[in-house]
Ligand binder design. Structure first.
Ligand code: NG6
Ligand code: CA
Length: 497
């Protein structure tokens, strides 16, 4: 059905659109203007929404980064494997070399492809204290469908604090090799916990190991001085690489469309926006990092416009998981939050099975095909592969993207219902179907004090009517055993599929 709409015989077959996925880190449902934020201005995100389709009911696969990205890029639920939790900075590559990704799909469909920014899905084969950062690191994202790559291995708060381009650490001096360990400090290297006087930003919990750029991180690291990043330049650096990729891959010159997966570091910790954005909000670094994110979005949109590519480029903007205020650094995020509601009307946050963990801003703009508006259709990032397959008319190999559906119609605003159900993963699994959400019972803690987030775990089944009770305050499970049973059976069927 979806395909017929695009390649119908009465219509001229349109040129395949370029596709840009802008993927924020830890930006919540209420963090940008078009979803209700007022304490920070996000004119570029808002413009994208005004010119495109803004979804109110869109989900990431999980409430943390690694599983969310795994699901979106492979089309396989992260809970199907036990090694998709938040990855260490030296984790071996999680997506296997032989796995099919959205990058592979787009290459097969004739696109030039790239991933720029945050990776956090492991690298190489050695892994776990055994990664060699000084040669060609393989396998890497170039092996799974991304023709050009420029990224950080994990997160800004995890070592090694270096950029990697096409498998090589950028600006590495061979005379000063990098050593990384996640278990043992290197002799003579100052640490956050032993030398707090060297820090310009102090941890609030964890993050007391290697010091890079006056900020202590997770993990130990030595060497690689010439390759170390400067947090203040992070957005500039990755945004310029993304812009250069678009410029180099202008289809008018290459004859091929492009696909860019751009993962920002904003607004993950440590939040150290460029001085240009310091003071952009009254909220301190977390608010200023949102302003910096918006700037990055603007740079991408301006580039598309300048090259005359904006009409036939599908821009998808979302986030990997919900918001957290104190995620481990004393950066004034709590003290200066004011009235800002990072999760908007939703309960929970990052790490949480409640809605704020996975329900996120989700905007798609494609002027040639999508009528601007708001969609309440249920959509999930797990469908990126299916949607891009439909969009490019490119078949997916049999075993690829097993959980990804051809939801092209809902992503283009032509179907107001969307997915029949949406699976979510936090400490436990949940399923949303229509107005109902069911959270599987779990013995895990109900509250995480360090981040001040309700995790959504409970030892009893939870059932919420999201239409009547978006804030998930009224557990209706006991009163509706048959709905609990139906959703629980559905969830198990998907899980065991
Ligand atoms: C947690 C970190 C947190 C953040 C998160 C991953 C501590 C105490 N907390 O373990 O700061 O890095 O992992 O975030 O170390 S994510 O968005 O990449 O999933
Ligand atoms: Ca994240």
């Amino acid at each position: 059905m979806a395909l017929a709409g695009l390649v119908g015989c009465s219509e001229k077959v349109p040129e395949k659109p370029n596709v840009v996925v802008i993927y924020a880190d830890d930006i919540g449902y209420g963090d940008v203007g078009c979803y209700g934020a007022t304490a920070v201005k996000t004119p570029h995100v808002d413009q994208l929404a005004a010119q495109g389709l803004r979804f109110t009911n869109a989900y990431a696969c999980a409430a943390t980064c690694t599983p969310s990205r795994y699901g979106m890029l492979t089309g396989q639920y992260p809970f199907r494997r036990n090694d998709t939790g938040i990855a260490r900075g030296d984790a071996p590559m999680i997506i296997r070399k032989e796995q099919y990704t959205v990058g592979s799909l787009m290459q097969d469909a004739g696109y030039n492809t790239a991933m720029v920014g945050k990776w956090h899905l492991g690298l190489g084969e050695g892994g776990f204290n055994n990664q060699d950062w000084n040669g060609f690191i393989t396998p890497n994202p170039n092996d799974i469908g991304f023709g050009y790559t420029y990224f950080m291995a994990a997160t800004a708060d995890r070592v090694p604090c270096v950029y990697i381009q096409d498998g090589h650490v950028v600006n590495l001096d061979p005379e000063d090799p990098i050593e990384v360990s996640y278990t043992t400090p290197f002799e003579g290297e100052p640490l956050g916990r032993t030398h707090p006087e060297l820090l310009k930003m102090h941890p609030s919990h964890g993050h007391d190991m290697a010091i890079v750029n006056g900020i202590s991180r997770i993990g130990y690291m030595r060497g690689g001085k010439s390759a170390l990043w400067t947090d203040e330049n992070f957005a500039d650096s990755i945004t310029s690489k993304a812009v250069e990729f678009i410029e180099r891959n202008d289809p008018k010159v290459t004859g091929k469309p492009f696909f860019l997966y751009f993962g920002t570091n904003d607004v993950h910790v440590p939040r150290v926006p460029n001085p240009r954005f310091v003071g952009a909000t009254d909220m301190g670094p977390r608010g200023d990092a949102i302003a910096e994110f918006d700037w990055s979005v603007g740079e991408i949109l301006n580039t598309l416009k300048r090259l005359g590519l904006d009409e036939n480029t599908m821009v998808i903007l979302s986030s990997d998981n919900g918001p957290v205020v104190d995620d481990g650094y004393q950066d004034q995020a709590v003290e200066r939050l004011g009235d800002h509601k990072p999760a908007g009307p939703l309960r929970g946050g990052k790490y949480s099975a409640f809605e704020a963990g996975t329900r996120l801003p989700f905007i798609i703009r494609w002027p040639e095909k999508i009528k601007p508006g708001i969609s309440d259709a249920a959509v999930s990032q797990i469908d990126l592969m299916g949607v891009l397959a439909g969009l490019t008319n490119q078949p997916i190999p049999d075993n690829a993207g097993p959980d990804s559906f051809y939801e092209l119609d809902s992503w283009l605003g032509q179907d107001q219902d969307g997915r029949e159900y949406v699976m979510q993963q936090a400490g436990t699994l949940s399923i949303v179907e229509g107005d109902w959400k069911y959270i599987v019972p779990s013995k895990r803690a109900r509250y995480s004090a360090s981040v001040d987030i309700e995790t959504g775990n409970d030892t009893v089944p939870q059932l919420y009517n999201l239409k009547a009770d978006l804030g998930e305050t009224n557990n209706l499970a006991a009163a509706n055993p048959e709905i609990v049973q139906r959703l629980s059976e559905k969830l198990n069927a998907v899980k065991e599929n």
